[in-house]
Design a protein around this ligand. Structure first.
Ligand code: F6P
Length: 529
């Protein structure tokens, strides 16, 4: 079975939404709130320790009914079943998309090519747990017999952003290990790291799904050469492990089979955090916390798979995003976590969302005639309030914004927490209500309000709640891809640059500049001096 190829603009629901938009485009949320004081009571979803208040959107009950009609017309329900069931929904790469299996608790097999993937997942998890325990306890020592104190994750994209974001997010739960991330091929990045670590006490985790990524292999090679300045070849096994699908290439690099943590084709790089790609997370916070992260994500999977659309957080957030992107012409969405631990959440979600839904060809192989992937950006509050919020409040662009906040501070500092959260609530109120024009008020001080926001209020930042939060956005982007009739799980768009970089590297190394456009030739000549 494959995903249907339904052009959303050809559905009856889309036509109705278009007509409905004509009535809504001048609608003010302030008026909607005044007309219905129970609006927030109606437009929110409570699920476990999450509350999503989506009442501050330029939408009525009719808007939601029509958006759900759209979801039904594109057969979202059966697409969800294909996604969870191991259908080859990454059709352009002929692969299943099964990051959800990595956190599944089901006992019935999940089949890929007729093979149940659950036993292999369990085996890799057991290996991660045993390895994490040995490193954290100091049972595994480095080549001079000292315990490991530092872990370096060498990877890029999905092999970096997920673990780096999560180690930062779960810092409160961290053990004694210092965990570092090296990703950029910029040699200064790796040199800065090497200044700070000791080869005797550092473990290197090379993470690359393909094990062909230029940045990761170059960094790994540089680090290995540095390591061998003080250690010998047989010490490599104690200090280097790898996470990859490409077992042959890993072994060619000199990593012993027992030091390889396998992953699989059916896990996309940007969704691989839940696999052995999360090894650095398991090392940083211990395997039990890693397991709780998976459990939280799994609970969100169950919610997404089973809740009716009107009570389904990822579906509601995706539909609202479609409403603004495709009817209001909003080009970007901001995500503002009011939590410093989540400072890397947005760069992580940028890869997930923009690499997935940045597509211009529909599942029918034809260019789409409507907007697809949204631009995602943001920074934690309250810092962002003092940086770019001006534009959200008084600029000319419509920027739907998600606010993510927690009821409890982890260290329990009530003064800070109350001030933080008063800002959190004040911003969405200001964006909704604005400050109307009154006589004597300078026009520069008028705020129109009517700026849409979602508020996600979560009890506490825990491994489980962060797991659920990330899974929420994974499913949101899935729903959008289904409605936009695109293939969300390939990323051909990053290939061309890689190919050209290889040929330009040859030009630079040989000093012989091949045929390029005039600007690139000019720049290469300047670079080569
Ligand atoms: O170039 C994009 C990409 O393929 C991402 O999708 C992926 O997360 C990243 O490169 C790293 O790939 P790998 O894990 O194979 O090194």
């Amino acid at each position: 079975m494959s995903l249907p190829t339904i052009n959303p603009t050809q559905t009856a629901a889309w036509q109705k939404l278009q007509a409905h938009f004509e009535l809504m485009k001048e609608q003010q949320m302030q008026v909607l709130f005044a007309a219905d004081p129970t609006r927030a009571e109606k437009m929110h979803i409570e699920w476990q320790d999450f509350l999503l208040d989506y009442s501050k959107n330029i939408a009525t009950e009719e808007t939601f009914a029509l958006l759900q009609e759209l979801a039904n017309e594109v057969d979202l329900k059966s697409a969800i079943e294909q996604y969870f069931g191991g259908g080859l929904i990454n059709q352009t790469e002929n692969r299943a998309v099964l990051h959800t299996a990595l956190r599944s608790k089901q006992t019935e097999p999940i089949l890929v090519d007729g093979q149940d993937v659950l036993p292999e997942i369990a085996a890799v998890k057991a290996k991660m747990k045993a390895f994490s325990d040995r490193i954290i306890s100091g049972a595994h020592t480095g080549y001079t017999g000292k315990a490991i104190t530092d872990v370096v994750n060498i990877g890029i994209g999905g092999s970096d952003l997920g673990p780096a974001m999560m180690v930062e997010a779960l810092k409160f739960y961290k053990n004694q290990l210092s965990v570092h991330f090296i990703s950029n091929i910029d040699g200064d990045h790796v040199q800065e790291l090497l200044k700070r670590i000791d080869p005797e006490t550092t473990l290197f985790v090379i993470v690359s799904k393909t094990f062909t990524t230029q940045e990761t292999l170059t960094n790994a090679q540089t680090i290995r050469t540095w390591f061998l300045q003080s250690a010998s070849e047989q010490d490599v096994a104690k200090h280097f492990v790898a996470v990859s699908t490409n077992l042959q290439k890993v072994q060619e690099f000199g990593i012993a089979p027992e030091n390889i943590f396998p992953m699989w084709d059916w896990v996309g790089g940007r969704f691989s955090l839940w696999s052995a790609v999360g090894l650095s997370v398991s090392l940083a916070v211990g395997y039990d916390n890693f397991e709780q992260l998976l459990d939280g994500a799994h609970d969100m999977d169950v919610h997404f798979r089973t809740a009716p659309f009107e009570q389904n957080m990822p579906v509601v957030m995706a539909l609202l995003s479609i409403w603004y992107n495709n009817f209001y012409g909003a080009q970007t969405e901001a995500i503002i976590p009011y939590n410093q631990y989540l400072q890397k959440l947005v760069p992580y979600l940028q890869q997930g969302i923009m690499e997935s839904n940045g597509k211009r060809v529909g599942r029918d192989g034809k260019p789409v005639s409507y907007q697809t992937g949204t631009i995602i950006w943001g920074e934690p509050g309250t810092n962002s309030q003092h940086a770019f919020f001006q534009l959200i409040h008084q600029g000319t662009k419509l920027i739907p914004t998600d606010f993510i906040g927690f009821k409890q501070a982890l260290y329990g500092n009530k003064d800070h927490q109350d001030k933080l959260m008063s800002n959190f609530f004040a911003q969405t109120e200001a964006l909704l209500m604005g400050r109307p024009e009154t006589s004597g008020l300078s026009p520069f001080k008028v705020f129109t309000g009517n700026k849409p926001t979602n508020t996600l209020l979560i009890d506490k930042l825990t491994p489980a709640s962060v797991g659920a939060l990330v899974a929420l956005y994974e499913h949101k982007l899935f729903v959008q891809g289904i409605i936009w009739n695109i293939y969300s799980y390939d990323q051909w768009g990053v290939e061309l640059g890689k190919v050209l970089a290889n040929s330009i590297l040859t030009d630079i190394e040989t000093g012989q500049i091949a045929a390029h456009d005039a600007s690139t030739t000019f720049l290469l000549n300047k670079y080569l001096g």
